[in-house]
Write a protein that binds this ligand. Structure first.
Ligand code: C5P
Length: 235
């Protein structure tokens, strides 16, 4: 089931930082070890297209994680604006019509559907008015996203086995919420690196566990050793 994704692209580092200079410093520090970077809301708000271009020009990959959720026409125009910028993945967090607009507008970018944020648990779902379980919602959203033509989904590693069993191996599972042990921050549906890949994830998204470490490169190397112990992949 393992896809031909090199080890140094399996960890997508979340560039959740407050300035472009800081983002560049992180890329320069980590690029010899991991070659995939996620640009999200925080960096977007300080101006990001030139950062995306700067990262892509270094031969690295970029995941634009803005979780588009808007009327279909606006989602379409937003996805269109990503054309020809070297972006690999973009996220949409919406219903079928939004996903369809995104997929139709996508030219050189792959659309990933957010299923249920990894910071939400069953109690949060009740608060939001959902009657179904997290697992049922993840499965139903993933199924529809793939039927519509998304390249894959963002899901917790906890739900990855269910997704693989129900929907097969021919789509991407990108798993945030990676934590080494029982967790106390805002991420609630967490798994560790090994579990994520054993469960069927293709990529993991990692921010704080690397960013807050005293030796971020050592954390990446350790994570890559764990990945290699679970799946075979080229460098
Ligand atoms: O710091 P941490 O490892 O929790 O970072 C996870 C990253 O993944 C954040 O940038 C967050 O926005 C993103 N993300 C997530 N859950 C999702 C989709 C994206 O945590 N379902």
């Amino acid at each position: 089931m393992a896809k031909d994704i090199p080890l140094n692209e399996r960890i997508i580092f979340a560039l959740d930082v407050s300035s472009r200079e800081e983002a560049k410093r992180w890329v320069e520090t980590l690029e010899a070890h991991t070659r995939f970077f996620k640009v999200g809301l925080q960096l977007f708000l300080v101006g990001w297209f030139d950062i995306v271009e700067w990262i892509c020009n270094r031969g690295l990959k970029v995941f634009v994680d803005l979780k588009f959720f808007d009327v279909p026409e606006t989602v379409k125009l937003a996805v269109k604006a990503l054309t020809d910028r070297g972006v690999t993945f973009a996220t949409v967090h919406g219903n079928d019509a939004m996903l369809r607009s995104a997929v139709e507008a996508a030219q050189d970018v792959q659309i990933l559907a957010v299923t249920v944020l990894t910071s939400l648990d069953e109690a949060d779902m009740r608060d939001l008015g959902f009657q179904c379980s997290v697992r049922d919602l993840v499965l139903s959203r993933a199924k529809r996203a793939l039927e519509i033509g998304c390249s894959g989904v963002i899901s917790s590693g906890l739900e990855a086995p269910m997704l693989r069993k129900a929907l097969g191996g021919n789509f991407l599972v990108v798993a945030p919420g990676i934590r080494p042990v029982k967790n106390t921050d805002d991420q609630k549906r967490t798994v560790d690196v090994k579990e994520a890949f054993e469960n069927g994830a293709d990529y993991i998204v990692v921010g704080r566990p690397i960013r807050d470490a005293s030796d971020p490169v050592a954390v990446i190397k350790n994570m890559q050793a764990q990945i290699r112990s679970v799946i075979s992949c080229s460098q």
